[in-house]
Write a protein that binds this ligand. Sequence first.
Ligand code: PHE
Length: 357
Amino acid sequence: MDDLKAKYLGQIAEAADEAAIEAIRVAAVGKKGEIALMMRELGKMTPEERQTAGPALNALKDEINSALAAKKAALADAALDERLRSEWLDVTLPTRPRRQGTLHPISQASEELTAIFAEMGFAVAEGPRIETDWYNFDALNIPGHHPARAEMDTFYMARAEGDNRPPHVLRTHTSPVQIRSMELQGAPIRVICPGGVYRADYDQTHTPMFHQVEGLAIDKGISMANLKWTLEEFVKAFFEVDDVELRFRASHFPFTEPSAEVDIRCSWEGGQLKIGEGDDWLEILGSGMVHPKVIAAGGIDPDVYQGFAFGIGIDRLAMLKYGIPDLRAFFDSDLRWLRHYGFAALDMPNLHGGLSR
Ligand code: PHE
């Protein structure tokens, strides 16, 4: 028995993998293994012999079994250690030092303004870029004959002959998301809706696709004063200055009453666009108190609830903040331009760390 024990414990110590362990197990303690065969011999022994040989055989069997189990566990540990050694990855390492990809200024501006409005309690809502003319116009109190439809230089989706479904348009503004948000949430509401919009227009400050962020606050007792405060706070936070000169101009939109447009003081001297100085004004947003008909179109009772809305041009905010004089460059996909004006992709803007370090 001592020989058997020495033989198998020796083999187990030498075993290099799980298959070797299994082979030893079968040969030693398997059904037809060496120890099982010896156990069969017990029958031929005298009772006295059996009393010492039986427990000794069982003890040997247990010892071999636990040596097998221990070796198996040690092999598994070693395999895991080896994998950990060969497959490690330091997730705290910075990404490639040469900034290969950058965040587009419009993405950056969108992240920044979302962080600011989130702090003020506005959630983000979205709507489709291909809209029905009901959401884009009718629900916003712009009926079929209204000149605003023509003024907005709308792109209409082509329709097959005989297709009588309501016409679809590329949304000309983010205002249809006002209606969708009201339908979805009811009152009260505080949402912003950033996204792409389309108009057939093209010059230094207009491109056929551009970006707006809609804001909508519906509640009891909301006034124009809340609107003005919200916009001023936003502009100060976005441009990271204590005072920006804003000009509120009385205006007209079919979906707000009263309405105001807001301009920022700026200068264009020497091909440079600068904010806060000079004698020029750049219009950055339209706003007003939501028209009762629009609140009703969203399924909310305008006798109980009122609110304000605004639509800000994100591209123009980015032009002003980062001093980019021509809007068209935003959409040229010129790599040199993107590297110059782009932002590090991992610097998520937040108000505590500073928006655009
Ligand atoms: N939708 C308007 C535009 O695109 C902006 C606006 C939004 C005005 C909300 C008032 C209220 O010009």
